[in-house]
Design a protein around this ligand. Structure first.
Ligand code: UDP
Ligand code: MG
Length: 315
């Protein structure tokens, strides 16, 4: 169906739902773009679901589903993509940080032939220096590993039907929309946008969760930490050969040094190196375990009425 599906993952965004639905409707109608709006409540514990239902009752073009618990933004995005029916599907945040004006520009670029149109943040000005540097390294590592440029990209993206199908075919349990949608390739165009201010509520990110998010995704998409283990091992080997030869020479010269401190230092350094390496390898094994279990990536607990009838028709 010619038109645009807008997918909005929402976690405790009760206040935002009517606001963003209204703005989207106004703008897309003005631009004469056929559309549907799909809200995915990611196990919210406020009135997000009630608000989604209200909106769905008000307009046939608005639908919604709720996940059985908080599965994370990426799972919510995938759940929404699986329901999209139009020829283009766009993912955007619920907090109006992604401007609707940029969404319209993306749609126009898609119409002229690009299969992926990604939103690129104009600047990350509001973030602190540590956050900015961390993000730069994170994307540098991922870009290298995936052989695609990912710097400054966000989840604000518009995908052609073909791309949506490719993305949904990815079998992995660990969902990271930004990287998966870059990895699939296709003709990609970019649109710069100014990150808006969150209108209501608060961001769900804390520093600790950002670090863990970064590490989990690097492990899921690259083998860079394992290469660190190997490089560390080789560096240790070189040091030990040099130190070994040096100690032997001293020994034969009859000048063996007093050993306690040296021995303790070496033991501690090597010991902690081994433990860290084991930790990294263990993390990978954990990830493999999660992947082989093949659990569903998300569970849908309820859908709005229109969504249900369409779903029933299909089966
Ligand atoms: N979100 C979600 N599940 C989560 C966390 C966030 O669906 O577990 C949604 C949230 O409702 C919002 C979008 O993801 O629509 C971006 O979240 P947020 O604004 O907290 O992140 P930031 O803009 O600070 O990166
Ligand atoms: Mg936000």
């Amino acid at each position: 169906m010619r038109g645009l599906s807008v997918i909005l993952p929402a976690y405790n965004e009760g206040e935002m739902i009517p606001m963003i639905a209204g703005e989207l409707e106004k703008e897309l109608t003005k631009e004469k773009i056929p559309y549907e709006i799909i809200f995915v409540s990611d196990g919210s514990c406020d009135d997000t679901w009630e608000k989604i239902e209200q909106e769905a009752k008000r307009s046939r073009r608005i639908r919604g589903l709720e996940l059985s618990r908080n599965f994370g933004k990426d799972a919510a995005i995938f759940a929404g993509l699986a329901q999209a029916k139009m020829d283009a599907a766009a993912v955007m945040d619920c907090d109006l940080q992604h401007p609707i004006e940029a969404l319209v520009r993306m749609y126009r670029i898609w119409e002229s032939g690009s299969q992926i149109v990604e939103g690129v943040k104009k600047d990350r000005g509001r973030e602190g220096a540590v956050h900015r540097e961390g993000a730069r390294w994170f994307y540098k590592i991922l870009s290298r590993a995936l052989h695609v440029e990912m710097e400054n990209t966000s989840d604000f993206k518009l995908l052609d039907r073909k791309v949506v199908e490719s993305v949904l075919r990815m079998p992995e349990q660990h969902l990271f929309f930004r990287a998966i949608s870059s990895w699939v390739g296709y003709q990609t165009a970019q649109v710069e946008y100014e990150v808006g201010k969150r209108q209501r509520g608060e961001s769900k990110w804390k520093m600790s969760s950002l670090i863990s998010y970064g590490f989990r995704n690097i492990v899921a998409f690259t083998t860079v930490p394992l290469q660190f283990v190997t490089v560390g091992g080789v560096a240790c080997l070189i040091c030990s050969v040099i130190l070994g030869i040096y100690s032997l020479i001293r020994y034969f010269q009859g000048q063996a040094v007093e050993g306690y401190t040296t021995l303790l230092m070496v033991l501690l350094v090597v010991g902690s190196g081994v433990m860290i390496s084991l930790g990294i390898i263990g993390f990978y094994i954990g990830k493999i375990y999660e992947e082989v279990r093949r659990r569903p990536r998300y569970l849908i607990s309820r859908m709005t009425a229109s969504e249900k009838t369409q779903e029933e028709e299909r089966f």
